[in-house]
Design a protein around this ligand. Structure first.
Ligand SMILES: NC(=O)c1ccc[n+]([C@@H]2O[C@H](COP(=O)([O-])OP(=O)(O)OC[C@H]3O[C@@H](n4cnc5c(N)ncnc54)[C@H](O)[C@@H]3O)[C@@H](O)[C@H]2O)c1
Length: 252
């Protein structure tokens, strides 16, 4: 029970990586609020509760400040002030600098980056009062390297890495650690629209050896293991770090 007695919010937890993180956290004793714009998060939380975990869903648009305030209040009322925040929700709308619309640009930055600003500000005072906490921002291998026809997404992920470092410096005095996980290709539906521009998912996966030296995609639970480490006291001296979980992608 590496997170016994801890309270966590995980955004984008209706499925994919966020759900696996929420699952690992409940398995390790944390009470978890799963936040997502997608109402399937309700069933996801019920599944974790059925397995014996303490899990509740709060439908949230992380880009909306009133919605984020409601999420923070919900978590505090149901479980208490969070010790752990995982800013995981994101969107991935492909397009080159000329293909993207202004609306897509603004929406990408609102969901992927501004959300972290809003939700972190909502929970940091409570963490400070409790004497510390852990914030984990979901970056990407694209926090380090770009890809064609993905300008809004990759630049938002670059911003998240630097926001993580800035937050880590600001929060160190309050014993709040802030880190960033940078996954390679995780086989969720998240990449499908971008892959379609290059012949589809199957076609792109043929070159997985070129993308990941380990020769396979990353499993969501491998990201969840890293999140668990960063959320727990085992990583007590780590803050301001970007941790690649990318099968060697960015080592090249
Ligand atoms: N899949 C990959 O290859 C990969 C690689 C690197 C990084 N990531 C990152 O991992 C994270 C999770 O991605 P995933 O692969 O699990 O994809 P996913 O689509 O399964 O998860 C994203 C979740 O965010 C939610 N979401 C979107 N907009 C929201 C909003 N406004 N408010 C609240 N929730 C919202 C979605 O409903 C979804 O449940 C993202 O930050 C993504 O950038 C994924």
């Amino acid at each position: 029970m590496r997170l016994a007695g801890k309270i966590a919010i995980v955004t984008g937890a209706a499925g994919g990586i966020g759900y696996q993180i929420a699952k690992r956290f409940t398995e390790e004793g944390a009470a978890v609020v799963l936040a997502d714009i997608d109402s399937h998060g309700e069933a996801a939380a019920e599944q974790l509760a059925l397995a014996g975990g303490r899990a509740l869903f709060c439908q949230t648009d992380v880009s909306d400040s009133a919605s984020v305030q409601r999420l923070a209040q919900f978590a505090a009322a149901q479980f208490g002030a969070p010790d752990i925040l995982v800013n995981n929700a994101a969107i991935n709308i492909p397009g080159s600098i000329l293909e993207l619309t202004e609306d897509i640009w603004d929406r990408t930055y609102a969901v992927n980056v501004k959300s972290m600003f809003l939700l972190s500000r909502a929970v940091i005072p409570g963490m400070r009062e409790k004497g510390g906490g852990a914030i984990i921002n979901m970056g990407s291998a694209n926090s380090y390297v770009a890809e064609p026809r993905l300008a809004a997404y990759v630049s938002s992920k670059g911003a998240i890495l630097m926001l993580t470092k800035a937050m880590a410096l600001d929060c160190a005095v309050d014993r709040i650690r802030v880190n960033c996980i940078c996954p390679g290709w995780v086989d969720t539906a998240f990449n499908d629209r971008h892959a379609e521009l290059f012949g589809g998912r199957e076609e792109v996966l043929k070159s997985i050896d070129d993308i990941h030296p380990i020769g396979r995609t990353i499993m969501p639970v491998e990201i969840a293991h890293t999140a668990l480490f960063l959320a727990s006291d085992e990583s007590s001296a780590i803050t301001g770090a970007g941790i690649p979980v990318d099968g060697g992608y960015t080592a090249k």
